[in-house]
Design a protein around this ligand. Structure first.
Ligand code: PGA
Length: 263
């Protein structure tokens, strides 16, 4: 299985020009490899321009980089209608997005997204050709109170409520402990490995072994070019969700280079 490396740009950068500069330098530096699939998730309003610049470049003879894809950082749980300010999965599919990050802890915290809302969003994405990336993770307080397993179990069970075995083939789960996000305090490789296994076990209990075997579990939280390889090669996780480091193209390219699985 290829490693899946997802860039979460969050509410950055501040101009389209800068977004194009980062995207194009990742595109130029990225060697199309069978070992890594890369997804860039910029703010909604840059997606269309980045997609067109990718198409333009390949028309003009630059290499086609088929393993470099675009994703979104969220979407709404309805397809169309009177939902001021929202973005529909149909609109994302139309722009050529292939992945959507859902349930990121920043949205749970600042936008009060609940497991129920996240579940509705996942279901709607699955009606389109969009792979949902369900983010889960505990806060520092929950970790210190020994609640990590319970929190993850609830987020998985509620987030995936009524999702079928077949639909699960396209769902990705990202373990992002809140205390590790943007803190420089990444989760240890041993802990990430055991939580990765725990997540797969919870999913196996819900869906059986086939889904368990194909499920991709990512790690996110202060990933950089120094620690990236450890999560893939030692902890045997299936990929990474990268925030801050994905905005520095050279650093992100180094993460990609270090994240190819050897087998
Ligand atoms: P970080 O963010 O890599 O800056 O810690 C990860 C994320 O929030 O997805």
């Amino acid at each position: 299985m290829k490693s899946l490396i997802v860039a979460n740009w969050k509410m950055n950068p501040q101009t389209l020009k800068e977004a194009e500069r980062i995207f194009n330098s990742v595109r130029r530096g990225f060697k199309n490899t069978k070992r890594v699939e890369v997804v860039i998730c910029p703010p909604f309003l840059y997606i269309s321009s980045l997609k067109s610049s990718q198409k333009r470049k390949s028309l003009h003879g630059s290499r086609q980089v088929s393993n470099l894809k675009l994703g979104a950082q969220d979407c709404f749980f309805e397809e169309r209608g009177s939902f001021t300010g929202e973005i529909s999965p149909a609109q994302l599919e139309d722009l050529g997005c292939q992945y959507v990050i859902l349930g990121h802890s920043e949205r749970r915290r600042y936008l009060k997204e609940t497991d129920e809302i996240i579940n509705k969003k996942i279901k709607k994405c699955l009606e389109f050709k969009l792979n949902p990336i369900l983010c889960i993770g505990e806060s520092l307080e929950e970790r210190e109170n020994g609640q990590t397993i319970n929190i993850l179990q609830t987020q998985i069970k509620e987030g995936l409520r009524e999702i079928t075995k077949k639909e699960m083939q396209t769902v990705v789960i990202a373990y992002e402990p809140i205390w590790a996000i943007g803190s420089g305090n990444a989760c240890s490789v041993d802990e990430a490995q055991s939580i990765g296994l725990l997540i797969k076990k919870i999913v196996a209990q819900l869906y059986g072994r086939t889904v368990f075997k194909n499920l991709r579990v990512l790690y996110g939280g202060s990933v950089d070019s120094e620690n990236a390889a450890n999560y893939i090669k030692e902890a045997r996780l299936d990929g990474l969700l990268v925030g801050g480091a994905s905005l520095k193209s050279e650093e992100f390219l180094e993460i990609i280079r270090n994240s190819g699985k050897s087998s």
